[in-house]
Design a protein around this ligand. Sequence first.
Ligand code: UDP
Length: 140
Amino acid sequence: MAVTRTFSIIKPDATKRNLTGAVTKMLEEAGLRVVASKRIQMTKDQAEGFYAVHKERPFFNDLVSFMISGPVVVQVLEGEDAVKRNRDVMGATNPADAADGTIRKTYAESIEANSVHGSDSEENAAIEIAYFFKPEEIVG
Ligand code: UDP
């Protein structure tokens, strides 16, 4: 299995509860390595651009408001089959449906405030990484 990269966000519900370390520990224990990380306050424009694919969805405006309601930690994660590995440890979008031992089952508050984002494909991972990081900020 090839070593690949994916993009992760520790969302405002998790940073507010001081869970950056706890979430990162679960990512690391799942075999992922943090090769870039920064804590930022997303702007409205940045959040709308990041979630542009969802702009026709009924939850879009609430989601953007939530994502700018506090700091987030954006990360590049590296590991074998990183996209799938991260999606597996994140768990289902709705924490009520997430499997035991996943980040969302353990920490998420709701389907919106669900603690983490993770890219859903290698193609989107590359786009999302480039949205937040310059190549020199990623140190593998
Ligand atoms: N979301 C929401 N309501 C919904 C579905 C999704 O607020 O009914 C939010 C939630 O924070 C989710 C994000 O929108 O993580 C992106 O949705 P997606 O379907 O891409 O889920 P994910 O890939 O994050 O599991």
